[in-house]
Ligand binder design. Sequence first.
Ligand code: HEM
Length: 279
Amino acid sequence: MRLCSLTCAAPDQGLTLRFGPRVQPEPRHASPAGCDSAGMSEPVTYASYLRIGELLALQQEPRAHDELLFVVLHQSHELWFKLLLHELDDAVALVDADRFPEAETRLRRMVTIIRQLVAQWDVLGTMTPSGYLAFRHVLEGGSGFQSVQWREVEFASGRKEPGYVDSSWLSEGERAALRARLDAPSLADAFDAALHRHGVVDVGEVLRARPDLALLTMLAESLLDYDEAIGHWRHRHVLAVERQIGLKPGTGGSSGAAYLRSTLTHRFFPSLWEARTNL
Ligand code: HEM
């Protein structure tokens, strides 16, 4: 055992497990340094490093059988959105630095993340509409429409909707995060700036496989992969929604599937899609 530094916080006494105590490890290390109340550090374990106790305490006792599936699906999406934003921010910085192959490695990971999120809709498909209706009322006005990280992904990629920042449900922290995303150059902006730096006036030039623009051509194709993967996610979402609630309005107050269908044509890099028509 090692002595903890004087700055170690006491373990969080307030954390209680409300769900499934049979299978959940105790949240032994609430402080990042893993200090016990005597100020001694404990050896790092799987559970302490990954904060498994805290993670598994985030799911409430399900009020209907399928609610746990619904909660896990949304919470895991938010974790993947977090990683997506992490990769996205780095991709922008790498494009800005003309480090295109490295930016592509980030994009490759982003695309792979989204593809496995697309596959997660299959799990939701195992829920019946009546299984969903058994707990849908507890959502009240809550909806994925209010997912701040999803909106951050959209803004940071290239689709910015300034009006969203005025939404009443946002906390001040969330509003500030979205404002910062609105103000920061997006991945689409970074790509446009890279084209400009390399003397490309018409984006169609990078699609004509000019040898001197090969790196930009490959980057452009990776951007398309990303846009396409997001498009697949949107399609699977609207199909999943129709499967669960038909044409009912959404809990967030929209027309439901009809609203989501209107988002299917959204693109982060519209010029790359349009350029194909003119080749
Ligand atoms: C039973 C399953 C689901 C249903 C019935 C459903 C329904 C809806 C509906 C109707 C909307 C439109 C806004 C509204 O009026 O509420 C919406 C938006 C949204 N949902 Fe879902 N959803 C489901 C699962 C999920 C999951 C698992 C996620 C993952 C995070 C998700 C993320 C989103 C996002 C990000 C939006 C905003 C889309 C946009 O505005 O572009 N949804 N959902």
